[in-house]
Design a protein around this ligand. Structure first.
Ligand SMILES: Cc1cc2nc3c(=O)[nH]c(=O)nc-3n(C[C@H](O)[C@H](O)[C@H](O)COP(=O)(O)OP(=O)(O)OC[C@H]3O[C@@H](n4cnc5c(N)ncnc54)[C@H](O)[C@@H]3O)c2cc1C
Length: 617
């Protein structure tokens, strides 16, 4: 199934929701001129459509394989990665001081969306490397930056993120991997990690593992965790990166989806990974038999803070995976619905019609289209807040990015699964058989609500930390802006119809927020019980508002075009569809948010009313 990057849509959302023209005026972002943005989206689309997308189904079938401590990717992936590197894509959002292009994160995210739609399993390699770049830019010493960052930014090497251990999943503070200080200032890492994405592969010359570990005298819990950089290969005596560090992939998971993404069990310092002998391990380059050399990133005990730099970016990009998969699933379902002929139209009769003419199929397609566009708007809005926080050192933007990151991650990925599921329904039986590709989208999408912190943990983060940050200033500021926009909608016409739905949902969201943040002591279990439906109501309401913003711009541009049609600009059909889509989402989806006020505020009583042993009865 082919993929066509939705460039016009991406451009519109970048302009209207991320305010890319405004971002380009901030220090460091002046390269993001309109021409440059267009060129990037068009060139990235070629890579996504022509190079990454054709490998998606074959990669799913072949999967990554592990033999002799080395992972081999499916055919074509190595060449495709080389094309990605040659195009300079790895350094799009990285700082120029490290060889990057210094473009806004939101623009790099739009490119990442295209690559993910084309081939989610493959795009994880790029996503993890971007996160490693972010973490090293923010926290590594100049020496580590000089050695490792430039090679990550060029794409010559790739990065990974190593948190999870069998007993430490959501509970990262339970991790046991040890880091022992070495006389030369480096550390020796001992332990194992599970589920490490792109933990080994044959695309790049070296792999930079960022590993969370605990010093011998570290306090328990997250405070005792530090971050270490462990390269797969170390320099030999001549400065060539050829000597194995003692770390390796010892297992590969068999998974529901993303088969081409190697999900590795990693062993650090167990004696099995290094080249026997080495140089005797006398230098900081280390790596003698049985020793995994690591270098501290940031201060001792600062591991969670450093890793959060990486994870916050990754969480927004995982949210975008939901958008990307929903977009790809939509394109497939739409093409099928236009082709497949079944039955006469209900209540009309006559000849059988293409199923796109049936109201129920239209409902499914509109639901996918509107939800995907709402989730994309939320993801770009959040990514742009990250850019504003960094480039303008704007604490309000930082607070907004923090508030919206768990919503983006969880609502967009839940939507990705739901929309990929709905797309299968459009295909009927052909969706359930593998050859259309619709099933792969659902299988691939299913991981996104789980990794980078499960969506349940995101919801707890939202109600437990993000709502209460700075005395609730960030949700208050966001809701005030939303209320003003809703108030400013015109009193008559298409846009006026959005108003009551958005008004009701925002009022419900505000009530729920006040109720959740008002609980304390024993009642915090009630807050936890309402967290997941609350996050959903948050995502839907903000999504509906951002679609309304787009509809207002579409309306203005259409009005301008009717006065001066020769002026060019967006396609009128695209602009009219924006207004209809915003209305559909407001009328058909947003009421679900309003209706969640009850479930959010009902408390935990019924959840615990049946004891665990009786649940099985
Ligand atoms: C394909 C794949 C790729 C991955 N890639 C990486 C990677 O590159 N690097 C890495 O470090 N990890 C990676 N992971 C690990 C992933 O981040 C974890 O699986 C995830 O954080 C959940 O941890 P867990 O599996 O131990 O589940 P658990 O933590 O055991 O959670 C099980 C269930 O309990 C819920 N739960 C747990 N604690 C709480 C709580 N306090 N309150 C409410 N509910 C709770 C969870 O929400 C979930 O529903 C990957 C996993 C997979 C499957």
């Amino acid at each position: 199934m082919t993929y066509i990057a939705p460039i016009a849509e991406q451009r519109f959302v970048l302009d209207t929701i991320a305010d890319l023209p405004g971002l380009a005026r901030l220090p460091g972002f002046d390269a993001a001129t309109p021409d440059m943005v267009d060129a990037i989206l068009i060139e990235a689309a070629k890579l996504a459509q022509d190079v990454f997308a054709p490998l998606n189904a074959p990669g799913d079938k072949a999967g990554a394989t592990l033999a002799d401590d080395a992972v081999t990717l499916p055919g074509g992936f190595r060449d495709a990665y080389a094309r990605y590197v040659d195009g300079g894509w790895a350094g799009l959002g990285a700082r120029p001081a490290h060889g990057g292009q210094g473009l806004p994160f939101v623009l790099a995210s739009a490119v990442q969306e295209q690559l993910t739609s084309a081939n989610m399993a493959f795009s994880l390699c790029m996503m993890l490397s971007q996160g490693a770049i972010e973490a090293l830019q923010a926290h590594a010493s100049p020496e580590l930056q000089a050695t490792y960052l430039t090679r990550l930014v060029s794409g010559e090497w790739t990065g990974t993120m190593n948190l999870t251990e069998p007993q430490a999943g959501s509970d990262v503070g339970a991790l046991r991997t040890r880091a022992v200080p070495h006389a030369d200032g480096s550390y020796r890492i001992e332990g194992s990690k599970i589920y490490i994405t792109w933990g080994d592969h044959d695309c790049a010359a070296n792999i930079v593992h960022l590993v969370l570990a605990r010093l011998p005298d570290a306090p328990p819990g997250t405070k005792g965790i530090s971050l270490f950089l462990c390269p797969k290969l170390l320099p030999d005596g001549d400065g060539n990166w050829t000597r194995r560090n003692d770390l390796r992939a010892v297992g590969l998971e068999h998974k529901l989806g993303i088969h081409a993404s190697p999900t590795c069990t990693m062993a650090f310092g167990d004696g099995g990974g290094s080249a026997a002998g080495g140089d005797g391990g006398t230098s900081a380059a280390g790596g003698e038999h049985g020793e995994c050399v690591g270098y501290l990133v940031g201060p001792e005990g600062g591991g969670m803070r450093a890793m959060f730099t990486m994870m916050n970016h990754a969480r927004i990009n995982v949210g975008l995976q939901g958008v990307a998969i929903a977009e790809r699933a939509y394109q497939g379902a739409l093409a099928f619905a236009r082709d497949r002929v079944q039955s006469a139209k209900f209540g009309v009769g006559g000849a059988p019609v293409a199923i796109i003419e049936h109201a129920d199929v239209r409902r499914m397609l509109m639901t996918i289209k509107a939800t995907t566009e709402a989730a994309r708007a939320l993801a770009y809005f959040t990514a742009a807040a990250v850019d504003r926080a960094h480039a303008a050192a704007d604490p309000a933007a930082a607070g907004r990015a923090d508030l919206l990151t768990p919503v983006t991650k969880a609502w967009a990925t839940d939507s990705g699964v739901e929309m990929a599921n709905l797309a299968i329904q459009v295909f009927g039986g052909m969706g359930f058989v593998e050859e259309t590709g619709a099933a792969q989208h659902l299988r691939d999408a299913r991981i996104a609500p789980i990794y980078e912190g499960t969506n349940g943990i995101q919801a707890l983060d939202l109600v437990g930390r993000k709502l209460t940050a700075d005395g609730g200033a960030h949700w208050r500021a966001l809701f005030a802006e939303m209320r003003q926009d809703i108030r400013d909608l015109p009193p008559k016409g298409d846009l006026a119809t959005l108003k009551p739905y958005l008004d009701d949902a925002l009022a419900a969201l505000e009530s729920a927020t006040v109720w959740l943040t008002g609980n304390s002591g024993d009642r915090l279990t009630d807050t936890a019980a309402g967290a997941t439906p609350y996050l959903r109501m948050f995502g839907i309401t903000v999504g509906g508002w951002l679609l309304a913003r787009q509809a207002v711009v579409a309306h203005e541009r259409l009005a301008r075009a009717s006065i001066a049609p020769a002026a060019g600009g967006d396609d009128p059909a695209f602009l009219r569809a924006k207004i209809v889509t915003a209305r559909f989402f407001a009328e058909q989806i947003v009421p679900q948010a309003t209706a969640l006020l009850g479930p959010v505020t009902r408390g935990a009583e019924l959840l615990f009313a049946i004891p665990p042993e009786a649940l099985a009865a």
